[in-house]
Design a protein around this ligand. Structure first.
Ligand code: COA
Length: 674
């Protein structure tokens, strides 16, 4: 069977799944060590009204867990990430107990005790005797295959492994393991459940260490083997070109040496090359630096360390894909969002080029024989989409923007991938049209990738070219004969909203919001944002003035009232269903953006303009107003769009743009001078 089909039998976007049961009302977590209480905090933050049981055999960790949640919620309130009433609800309704009998009403039980197979089996045996027949039971093991934990259970079909990453309350991914006696219903439900509660579930096959820990454990183990040539601090420094924190720093944080010994011993079933480095058993803490500190590493030594670290990363990546343990998409993304890699392993390989990857691997084969090598030409490990997933519903292709670490912000590769999907099926009679939606329920897309802006700010021509390059998808949609419908599952901001408004219709979840926050960055929406709304929905012109010039958001309801949104939905599956209907309704009736010039109401600029984010730059506003007015007066759409690109070129050279973009990237409020 195609490994992708085996891992994702129902959908790649988990929220397309219609769950077989509602969200749980009572959940239990077994184990109050480190990760159990963190899973509790994530669950209570996502679902504050649930009743949660935290169970342990000892009182002490339960007491610690109780005080830990107070610290977490206070910090979240201080940082304005959580309101005080929600923080109170998060802390309430948690039962800290040593009595398993209390969890009998739970619909979901997650075990997070120590990595000891007989102990875990005993725990599952006790749980099964207490809970209902349909309670889902999972283990948070990072390495033990599901069959070794659950085969002896009376109802293994409702069990599997759900593996979180530290810190479990914040780290996005959760591996959900597919195994032969776990039912598809359980798998689908958990896949949906984690996405619904804000995580990024990744489905992995039932191999020792699954997907991401095969990478992490061997990365750390290889670093330990390198200690005969370099210090821990030198190795961490070299690793920092690829990860935000080096292996020894992370091992110190997680008290991880015993874990690597355990997991690599388990992997030795696949060959003695996985043997844990002996030094791991004799060291408690590594002498290393905080990430980013300067550490001198001689070039020759740096190359030796780099080659070995890359080789182990690549070796594991090839093996995971060749054995169908995970998909290229998930491995590449998961390494970034779970393990802190700056780029996914396949992106690193692409940047290095085939000859260099081959050199590194051949050298590794000699130094560390036995490790998996690539089994096919390297380019075959590169043919996957990094930033979108594509599903089908009836005769409609659903494109989901998946860049959860940046609220699905767009980059040029993502827009290229969208365009490629359109082009692939443009003449396919079996495809009636397309839907674009966002991964998760928070964001459709938080706009263009702000991290890219500093490259062109201050350079008018480069900025104009950037805007034009970004416009490829929009210009293509303007000409398409097959409808494209935007399904706004959450906030649609800036460049994200500029894609959505160019689709031939928009439907939205009731909680979605629409906003052009560019002015708070000292720039303007350049890819039709100053043009298209006025031409498509002239009745909303005054609202658009407020949105574009002052960054005011509007709700889905307000957008519906102006006519921007055709239908609103209460949940994700209904949103997609409405979008599919909209694709069918628009067959042969795609509305085109009016070409002619339009009259717009006057725009009044207050002496000191304010946005939700603070004071704005009047200089930036005046360029924005001029751009809106001149493009409204343009005799055709292409001229109007060109005025938008030029306006961006002008605004990108202002001090306001420099300050606004720097402030965002430095995570501070902008201080505009003019
Ligand atoms: N480009 C690049 N990264 C973005 C982004 C964008 N447009 N929008 C959000 N992100 C990133 C953040 O930098 C953050 O990354 P980090 O975790 O590595 O720091 C991550 O997405 C989550 O965003 P965060 O700001 O922590 O979430 P929040 O819930 O506190 O705030 C927003 C959400 C949308 C209000 C805030 O992210 C924002 O203002 N984004 C910029 C929106 C914008 O101006 N878009 C127009 C650009 S054309």
């Amino acid at each position: 069977m195609d490994p992708k089909q085996k891992l994702y039998p129902t959908a790649f976007n988990p929220l397309l799944i219609k769950p077989s049961r509602p969200l749980p009302i009572e959940i239990a977590i077994i184990g109050a060590g480190t990760i159990g209480p963190d899973i509790r905090y994530y669950l209570k933050s996502a679902l504050p009204s649930i009743k949660l049981y935290l169970v342990d055999i000892a009182e002490e960790p339960l007491k610690n867990a109780e005080s830990r949640i107070i610290g977490y919620t206070e910090k979240a309130v201080d940082k304005k990430k959580m309101k005080a009433d929600k923080a109170a609800a998060v802390r309430e309704n948690i039962v800290y107990t040593t009595d398993y009998g209390q969890i009998k009403g739970c619909e979901l039980v997650i075990e997070a005790a120590t990595e000891d197979i007989p102990l875990k089996q005993k725990i599952f045996d006790s749980i099964e005797k207490i809970v209902r027949d349909d309670t889902i039971i999972t283990s948070n093991t990072s390495s033990i295959p599901a069959d070794r934990l659950f085969s002896k259970m009376k109802k293994p079909e409702r069990t599997t492994v759900t593996h979180f990453f530290a810190p479990a309350w914040r780290s996005l991914p959760v591996e959900v393991i597919v195994w032969d006696r776990g039912s598809r219903e359980t798998l689908d439900y958990l896949f949906w459940f984690f996405a619904e509660t804000g995580k990024v579930p990744i489905i992995a096959d039932n191999a020792i260490c699954f997907v991401l820990d095969r990478v992490f454990d061997n990365w750390c183990n290889e670093a330990a083997y390198l200690l005969n040539q370099a210090t821990a601090s030198q190795i961490d420094k070299v690793a920092e070109s690829f990860v935000f924190a080096g292996p020894f720093f992370v091992l110190n944080l997680a008290n991880g040496n015993p874990i690597i010994i355990e997991t690599n011993t388990l992997q030795m079933e696949e060959g003695s090359h996985y043997q844990p480095a002996p030094i791991l058993a004799s060291v408690d803490r590594w002498l290393t630096h905080r990430p980013g500190a300067s550490v001198a590493v001689p070039e020759e030594l740096s190359n030796v360390v780099k080659d070995r670290l890359l080789a182990i990363l690549f070796s594991q990546s090839f093996d995971i894909i060749d054995r169908g343990i995970g998909t290229k998409e998930d491995l590449n993304l998961g390494c970034q969002i779970a393990l802190g890699f700056r780029k996914g392993p396949f992106d690193i390989m692409r940047d290095l080029g085939e000859a260099e990857v081959n050199r590194v691997m051949e050298k590794f084969q000699k130094e560390r024989p036995g490790f998996p090598m690539p089994t096919k030409p390297l380019k075959e490990y590169q043919d996957f989409r990094r930033f979108i997933v594509v599903d089908e519903m009836d005769d409609v292709k659903i494109i989901t923007l998946r860049r959860p670490q940046a609220l699905n912000a767009l980059n040029d590769r993502m827009t290229d991938e969208i365009l490629a999907v359109f082009k692939e099926d443009i003449d396919n009679p079996a495809v009636a049209g397309f839907i674009i939606t966002g991964y998760g329920s928070t964001a459709f897309s938080a706009g263009a990738d702000i991290g890219k802006f500093p490259e062109m700010l201050g350079n008018k021509e480069a900025s104009i070219q950037f805007a034009k390059d970004c416009a490829k998808v929009q210009l293509f949609m303007d000409q398409m004969e097959k409808p494209v419908v935007a399904a706004l599952n959450g906030m649609a901001l800036g460049g994200g909203l500029e894609i959505a408004i160019r689709c031939h219709s928009m439907v939205a979840s009731r909680h979605a919001t629409l906003q052009f926050p560019e002015i708070s960055l000292g720039i303007l929406p350049a890819i039709g944002g100053c043009v298209v709304p006025y031409r498509k929905w002239p009745q909303g012109a005054k609202r658009f003035h407020d949105m574009i010039c002052f960054g005011k958001p509007i709700t889905a309801q307000e957008a519906f009232e102006i006519g921007m949104i055709s239908e609103m939905a209460d949940d994700y599956p209904s949103l997609i269903r409405l979008a599919v209907e909209e694709v069918h309704r628009l067959q042969g009736k795609i509305p085109r953006i009016p070409e002619k010039k339009i009259d717009i109401p006057e725009i009044t600029i207050p002496e000191q303009a304010l946005a939700p984010q603070g004071k704005l730059s009047n200089k930036a506003i005046s360029i924005t107003v001029k751009t809106i007015q001149q493009s409204a007066a343009a005799e055709n759409l292409m001229d109007a769009l060109e005025i938008g690109y030029q306006g961006f070129g002008e605004i990108a050279c202002t001090a306001a743009a420099k300050e606004g973009v720097s402030a965002f990237l430095e995570k501070r409020k902008p201080a505009f001078k003019k």
